[in-house]
Design a protein around this ligand. Structure first.
Ligand code: NI
Ligand code: MN
Length: 227
């Protein structure tokens, strides 16, 4: 039984069945809704979907603080290594790898590819998402993305879908409902909303729109969900 913890905005911790601690898109420093300081975070692996500050902002310091392995696109990992991150695993869209905690695959996302801190733009990359354990117990972290036809490929591969609903920078609630139609997960966890005025949304309205397609788990920053 995996445990999902919401740190606010787009940052999650997932403790897998075997007790491995994954932190997804760490942004604690300057995150107005963060439930803790980065210094109080523990991690064995850090997964980054893309390089924007609100997903990658604390990845390098957290990797150094914990010794955790940074898992991200080749370019983001290469940039982090120039900043002194020692443990890192590069991968890329469409590729998966059997980590000790399970099979993890990178999925496409349609979004911006700049990398926070890369002032020269040398490491600009393609944003992604992650599916852990593709199959009937799969967990999908969509990352920041528009609605993609490719999400239909996740049908039957995902029990839990973690989807952005904030609109403006990512899918909004209506497109997220279409994503639920494409993916057909049992459980949907919305994220990337209400952190700033530009992404204000009512998650209860989203729950109503999803209706009986899936169970919507609305997490407040600091909440934990047994999956
Ligand atoms: Ni972004
Ligand atoms: Mn974002």
């Amino acid at each position: 039984m995996a445990t999902l913890h919401f740190h606010g905005h787009a940052t999650f911790s997932l403790v897998t069945d075997d007790g491995t601690r994954l932190v997804i898109d760490p942004w604690f420093t300057g995150n107005p809704v963060a439930d803790r300081a980065r210094e109080d975070v523990e991690a064995d692996y850090i997964l980054c979907t893309h390089g924007h500050a609100d997903h990658f902002g604390d990845a390098i310091p957290l990797a150094k603080q914990t010794g955790a392995t940074l898992v991200s696109s080749y370019e983001i990992v290469a940039f982090a290594q120039t900043k002194g991150v020692e443990n890192a695993h590069p991968m890329h869209i469409g590729g998966g790898y059997h980590f000790p905690f399970g099979y993890l695959k990178m999925t496409p996302a349609l979004h911006g590819g700049s990398v926070e801190g890369d002032t020269e733009g040398t490491y600009t990359t393609v944003p992604g998402g992650f599916v852990l354990h593709p199959g009937e117990n799969g967990i999908y972290f969509a990352g920041d993305t528009a609605l993609l036809m490719d999400m239909q490929l996740l049908r039957g591969q995902v029990r839990v879908a973690v989807l952005p609903i904030g609109d403006n920078f990512t899918m909004g609630p209506d497109d997220a409902v279409r994503a639920v139609d494409f993916i057909q997960p049992d459980v949907v966890v919305p994220f990337h909303y209400n952190t700033f005025d530009l992404i204000k949304q009512d998650p209860e309205q989203f729950r109503t729109k999803v209706g009986d397609r899936a169970r919507v788990e609305v997490l407040a920053s600091g909440d934990t969900l047994e999956l």
